[in-house]
Design a binder for this molecule. Structure first.
Ligand SMILES: [Zn+2]
Length: 485
């Protein structure tokens, strides 16, 4: 059963072929250009989760199931209590399905997981032998096992603030480019030091530089930010020949929208919310609560922001333990009949479905209103959003609550990319059009492991199957029993 194959899953957050093709044309990804033109990498399309959001899409890529089974519908976990919407930022133990590194561990194969969303704290995993470097959506950056921190941590902490700044200024772009190079260096160093079978690494920088950057997304000539793609290309060049097979994957694409409709604004305007979700939410930076007005202020004042960010990170280092449990909020139903926590997903107070639907039908820019229970399926369907909104082109759906529209900006697009290359791709199947949950059966087959019995992904009918979920579920229960004692 044991294999010595080495598979690289190279995640490029927010990438799509129309943008990558342009980047190649501009000469910024010469190695990928060579792999594509020599036929070494096949080019396919990735259909993101609905709506196309980073946490559910990466979790589907890593679990092989739709959000109805893994339970990640957005950045927050929303639970409809008796009196209101209770919510907190998603954590790894909120995920209701094993991820690929936990599956590999059941067969004693070793994974290195870098920057996969929802991996903080990295030691909260049922995968003792895994190496996990947590993602940027966390109060701090840590490595499991901890003894790797002195040698490797500095590669991954550099330029983390870049995600707050995104491509709003030249200096933020430099910071993000620097981060991509240092991060890639750290991953190469790690993969050469340690024995492994799966390296799953997500580069978030392309997503950060495409937000607020319509010039790049629309394919007009871009500037320094192209070096982010060169950093990834360089990483691919250094790794391609030392791995057996490569799966290049993104969680969604990007598009330019002429008009972004701020749904929470309309929910408030039509009397469905005294306060929107966004107004209630205070952005939490490590163990310090930062109200959203400060964030807004900082966005406007670049210099002050840099000072504030370094202050926050200094305070963070001082704080010994960081509790992310304490961040639960509640919005009583008396204050809101509907909330939209993230772009396109709506949660409705009990018995207000029809009233909310009639309001949603009045909001311009919406192509269709889907019922959550019909979009997703599985054991965690009870936590699904009530409605999922699909925008009508050229509109996009956005979450600001202070004005009805924003003009001309970038937003996530439902189609991302997939690339497949290496020594054993003839052993697996090929299709042009992929779903996020197809990646797990594909990767497991390349590693000669059985397919999860209840995966949503595609696999051939004669494939061997295994109950990863049942085995994992028992381990999760054992762990919670151990916690109580
Ligand atoms: Zn993303």
């Amino acid at each position: 059963m044991k294999t010595n194959r080495r598979i690289l899953v190279l995640g490029i957050d927010g990438a799509s072929w129309n943008i990558i093709d342009k980047v190649i044309e501009w000469g910024s990804m010469p190695y990928l250009k060579h792999l594509l033109s020599s036929g070494k990498i096949k080019k396919g399309y990735m259909h993101s989760t609905l709506p196309p959001m980073t946490p559910p899409a990466w979790t589907s890529i890593a679990t092989g199931v739709n959000p109805g089974k893994h339970g990640v519908y957005g950045f927050h976990r929303i639970i409809k209590d008796r009196n209101g919407f209770r919510f907190y930022l998603m954590r790894p133990y909120d995920i209701g399905y094993p991820r690929i590194h936990e599956m590999l561990a059941m067969f004693k194969l070793k994974s290195i997981i870098v920057n996969l969303p929802l991996t903080y704290p990295p030691w909260e995993t049922l995968c003792k032998e895994c190496i996990i470097i947590n993602d940027w959506m966390a109060p701090e950056l840590r490595i499991h096992p901890i003894d790797l921190e002195p040698k490797f941590k500095h590669y991954f902490t550099k330029g983390l603030e870049g995600h707050v700044l995104k491509s709003r200024s030249e200096s933020s772009i430099s910071m993000i480019v620097d981060r991509a190079y240092t991060f890639a260096e750290g991953v190469v160093e790690l993969m050469n030091t340690i024995d492994w079978n799966l390296l799953f690494v997500v580069f978030s920088e392309p997503d950060w530089i495409m937000h607020f950057n319509p010039n790049l997304v629309s394919g007009k000539r871009a500037g320094k930010e192209l070096r982010v793609y060169t950093a990834i290309d360089d990483f691919l060049r250094r790794t391609y020949n030392i791995v057996d097979d490569v799966i290049i994957v993104s969680d969604h694409g990007f598009t330019v929208c002429n008009e972004l409709v701020n749904i929470p604004y309309f929910l408030k305007k039509y009397g469905l919310a005294e306060k929107t979700f966004q107004e209630v939410l205070t952005v939490r930076f490590s163990n310090i609560e930062i109200p959203s007005w400060i964030i807004k202020f900082l966005r406007k004042h670049e210099k002050v922001k840099r000072i504030a960010l370094s202050l926050v990170s200094r305070l963070t280092r001082k704080a010994k333990t960081i509790s992310i449990e304490a961040t639960t909020h509640i919005i009583p139903y008396s204050q809101a009949k509907a909330i939209m926590p993230d772009a396109g997903i709506i949660y409705v107070a009990p018995n207000y479905e029809e009233e909310v639907l009639s309001v949603l039908e009045k909001i311009p820019g919406i192509q269709s209103i889907l019922v959550g229970r019909e979009v997703y399926w599985g054991y965690r369907i009870s936590e699904a959003p009530d409605y999922v909104l699909i925008p009508k082109e050229p509109y996009c759906i956005y979450t600001k609550s202070d004005k009805p529209y924003i003009n001309y900006d970038t937003n996530h697009h439902p189609v991302g990319l997939l690339g497949l290359g290496g020594d054993h791709i003839d052993e697996v199947w090929w299709k042009n059009s992929w779903n996020t949950w197809d990646i797990v059966p594909l990767t497991l087959t390349l590693l000669k492991l059985p397919i999860p019995a209840d995966t949503d992904g595609y696999y051939p009918s004669n494939a061997r199957k295994y109950s990863y979920y049942s085995k994992w579920n028992i381990a999760v229960k054992m762990r919670s029993i151990r916690r109580l004692h």
